[in-house]
Design a protein around this ligand. Structure first.
Ligand SMILES: Cc1cc2c(cc1C)N(C[C@H](O)[C@H](O)[C@H](O)COP(=O)(O)O)c1[nH]c(=O)[nH]c(=O)c1N2
Length: 243
């Protein structure tokens, strides 16, 4: 079989990379328009096709449109965010307080992706040594949904400034079920070119070439290495850079 049978067409590849580079965490740009059922169905199907340890599929998807439930989650956020504000002082505190870090009521739909740590029984293939692999698997479901949402023109915002136990109570989760990701979903007025935290000067993308090591932590990739050269040449191409 030739290579073309295995790889995507140029257009398909571009589409995939576009979803990856143009995906954003959204909290300020939500529109109230509802998400059509077929679109939501496709997003959940994309999430459900994530890889999982031992094919455990530990995820469940709690679709949340109740204003009542969302108000309780927002209240949870407000409390936890007030605690988080105490991590900062002075200018940084003011900068932190000015950030919008959730779109719980602004988005038309919230979705909690959970991880049932007991799914598949006491022994799950591949989860013998590293028990957190069920959580890792669920994160991949989140990312699948996040990328598919971008391709559908839907923004997703992950809200983690929440007391997990309170969240579990509000959502009536069984004790073995871990609320892994609380997400806000909706169409958006725009997808920012850069992460919102970068656009607001909080933190910027690290140079990739400084994050690549060679055969062990203490050996950086040498400048002459072809990969190092490639990374330096392409660093200006990073789509999040705004000149
Ligand atoms: C596990 C986890 C948890 C959170 C986030 C992300 C992830 C992966 N992010 C979003 C985060 O700030 C964002 O992904 C980065 O700033 C990079 O921006 P883009 O996602 O590329 O737009 C996030 N954002 C926010 O406004 N409130 C939050 O509580 C969280 N929590």
């Amino acid at each position: 079989m030739t290579r073309s049978h295995h790889s995507f067409s140029e257009e398909e590849r571009q589409g995939l990379y576009r979803a990856i580079f143009e995906r954003r965490d959204v909290r300020s740009q939500f529109l109230p328009d509802p998400i059509p059922t077929d679109v939501l169905g496709r997003l959940l199907e994309a999430a459900h096709h994530a890889p999982s340890v031992g094919f455990m599929q530990p995820w469940d998807f709690l679709v949340i449109d109740s204003i009542e439930v969302r108000r309780r989650v927002l209240d949870n956020f407000e409390r936890e965010n007030a605690r988080a504000t105490d991590n900062y002082e002075g200018e940084q505190r003011a900068a932190y307080s000015a950030l919008k870090l959730q779109g719980i009521l602004d988005s038309p739909l919230n979705l909690c992706i959970t991880c049932d740590r007991s799914r598949g029984g006491p022994t799950v293939l591949g989860r013998n040594s590293i028990v957190e692999t069920d959580l890792f698997s669920t994160c991949l479901a989140v990312q699948n949904l996040w990328l598919a949402a971008r391709a559908e023109g839907i923004g997703v915002g992950w809200v983690s400034i929440l007391d997990q136990q309170r969240l579990a109570r509000v959502l009536d989760l069984p004790t073995t079920v871990y609320p892994l990701a609380y997400l806000c979903l909706g169409y958006v007025s725009e997808f920012l070119e850069q992460p919102e935290l970068e656009a607001r000067g909080w933190r910027s993308r690290l140079p990739l070439q400084e994050l690549v090591h060679h055969n062990g932590w203490h050996q950086p990739l040498q400048d002459e290495h072809p990969l190092a050269e490639w990374l330096v040449q392409h660093s200006s191409r990073q789509p999040t850079r705004k000149e």
